[in-house]
Design a protein. Structure first.
Length: 263
């Protein structure tokens, strides 16, 4: 039987999603917890491999098991064996050909920026603190250049192992909420560090270091060295994974990991 599981986690203490030779990946902790419920070894496949320090409120994984458990039993059982910074939100029985990674039609990430003169004690592991004033209108103008299907070589990590740099960005928005800036990116898939590199470019433009058109110039260059610094990992959260209507996923609607204040 194939089961899909919705997982949220605070990535602060982990070396990314994947199993690690040195350090601990979220995958290892989830698989150990599932193995106790299934009474057998379990291997999971995820929708998006998040980096060290990156969070998720809507990660989706699938695994196969001969154990007969109800949806509720899978969720409660695995949660009783997980640490406080990882939690299963839902479980669903899916078709044998469902694949959490390859069946997905899009993923959505949110990047959170705290834009004020003083740092935050409460959001230190959830947002990138930038004390320089940022112009969100300039950032929105820049975002236009990055929507659509492109070669995103200039926004991929040097060690990225993706077979092609081509990705389609369906939506890229910049929203200000008082002292907070929220950058939301939805695409068919992402290259390693792609969102963090996009945010780094947008911030340079918002700070006035570059013009809005620079985002397009970086994109066209296909040269990572043209793009400047990557945004820190801790401001990034995987907030949604979408599947075709026939995939059998009936996950609850996602909620904001950090409840952002309104003006």
């Amino acid at each position: 039987m194939r089961i899909a599981l919705g997982v949220e986690y605070d990535g602060t203490a982990y070396n990314g999603w994947q199993r690690q030779r040195n350090g601990t990946g979220v995958q290892t902790v989830v698989e150990r917890a599932l193995a106790k419920v299934a009474d057998a070894q379990v291997e999971v496949v995820c929708a998006g491999r998040t980096d060290a320090g990156v969070h998720a409120e809507a990660q989706v994984v699938h695994f196969d098991s001969t154990a007969r458990r109800s949806r509720r039993s899978w969720v409660l059982g695995v949660n009783s064996n997980l640490p406080p910074d990882i939690s299963a939100r839902w479980a669903e029985f899916v078709a044998d050909d469902f694949d959490a990674r390859y069946s997905a039609t899009s993923r959505t990430y949110r990047y959170l920026i705290l834009n004020r003169p003083t740092r935050s004690a409460l959001y230190r592991d959830r947002a990138w603190w930038i004390h320089r004033p940022l112009d969100e209108l300039r950032m929105r103008d820049a975002a236009v250049h990055l929507r659509g299907e492109h070669d995103f070589s200039a926004f991929r990590a040097a060690g990225c192992q993706a077979l092609t740099p081509n990705r389609e960005v369906f939506d890229l928005t910049v929203e200000r909420r008082a002292e907070w800036l929220v950058v939301t990116v939805r695409a068919n898939a992402f290259l390693q560090h792609m969102v963090r590199n996009i945010v780094g470019v947008l911030v340079a433009i918002g700070a006035g270091d570059e013009e809005a058109g620079w985002a397009g110039e970086v994109l066209e260059s296909r040269d990572r060295t043209r793009g400047g610094v990557a945004a820190p990992a801790h401001g990034l959260t995987l907030i949604e994974v979408r599947y075709p209507g026939g995939a059998g996923i009936r996950a609850p609607a996602t909620s904001m990991l950090v409840p952002l204040p309104r003006p």
